[in-house]
Design a binder for this molecule. Structure first.
Ligand code: ZN
Length: 157
């Protein structure tokens, strides 16, 4: 079973992804993992101060789903803050609002989320090779192997 694309849209990935309380020995340190979409939920609601409806639209999810993601994010942050746990931000089921692609010849270009849903890129705009892939450090199946990897059955990110 492959992963189902959930299309939670994220417009921002925090530049700092690890927070550690001062004065806690590493051996005693507990860690909570905040997903990237949970971080985005907090950003949209608590920093951008958008309504939940708008936040859901921004992330391409329903308002009730957004509320659940936000509640989980806040609960984790409160747990970390009050119980002295480290926070690691990583992973999750999400798509970037803008996605960078790279071809086997090393050309890179960005594809907006809206475009990607309807017409995923098939060819490199520079050299027209069809051996292209999204460049994303957390991609579940991509990366680390160099270019040229293709999937059967078409695109499935
Ligand atoms: Zn190219």
């Amino acid at each position: 079973m492959g992963r189902q694309p959930l299309w939670r849209r994220v417009g921002f990935v925090p530049p700092i992804t690890y927070f550690k309380p001062a004065g806690v020995p590493l051996a005693q340190l507990q860690e909570i993992c905040l997903s990237v979409e949970e971080a985005e939920a907090i950003r949209l609601k608590d920093i951008e101060k958008l309504e939940q409806e708008e936040c859901g639209q921004m992330m391409n999810i329903s308002r009730t789903t957004f509320a659940r993601v936000l509640a989980s994010a806040r609960q984790k942050m409160a747990d970390a803050l009050l119980n002295g746990k480290a926070i690691r931000i990583e992973g999750g089921d999400f798509e970037m609002a803008l996605r960078r692609f790279r071809c086997v010849n090393g050309h890179e270009w960005d594809v907006p989320f809206e475009v990607m849903i309807n017409t995923p890129p098939q060819l490199c705009p520079t050299c027209n090779t069809s051996t292209i892939m999204p460049t994303w450090p957390w991609g579940p199946d991509w990366g680390g192997r160099g270019g040229g990897r293709r999937r059967r059955g078409g695109h499935n990110w």
